[in-house]
Design a protein around this ligand. Sequence first.
Ligand code: DX5
Ligand code: ZN
Length: 222
Amino acid sequence: MSESKYIIAPSILSANFATLGEEVVNVLNAGADWIHFDVMDNHYVPNLTIGPMVCKSLRDFGVKEFIDVHLMIDPVDELAQSFIKAGADLISFHPEASKHVHRSIHAIKDQNCKAGLVFNPASSLDILENVIEDLDLVLIMSVNPGFGGQSFIHSSLDKVEKVRKMIDETGKDIRLEVDGGINNDTINLAAQAGADTFVAGSAIFNTDNYEQTISTLRAQIT
Ligand code: DX5
Ligand code: ZN
């Protein structure tokens, strides 16, 4: 996935859902690289959000940019296929939510969609050793999944450093994304630990000037 070195992916969880199409267009025009699309099922996480129909609606609305779908759902496989049909570019899921992680990854990749694996703050990275070469992205959660606007969990930085080493050892083009509590104070901590892709929800959508917010966020990365 050769793209720009650092990617900012606004999480639409904190957008105004009543005007979602416009919110997405505005944040992309303001300099966002990807759209991060959080899917919650009130089962794997204690919250409920949006499904593949909303992803398709964004495509029908004219959104052509990269849609990074973060599944916080159990089970994974059937809805992953629905999101591919709805126009997702990348689908990441939590290994705890799939009985057969390798199969779930390849079911996504077989449909020419990129695949990512997500690790919660308390999740071990053991499983990653077995599948890292198959992935396009590793996502490290820096909050517990389920809600926007939570505080960054600093111990996640150790995990980012470990995954950076693992990715570098593969020599492959695998992005390292961090999600949760990313703002002007934390983005560079994540970047210094080795992350190259940054999800930010409340830090972007809770401000009035998305362009200024995104360029300020980018400027923190040294
Ligand atoms: C949390 C979601 C995040 C969330 C981040 O479960 O996966 O993508 O929107 O929100 P902030 O950036 O506000 O922490
Ligand atoms: Zn997310």
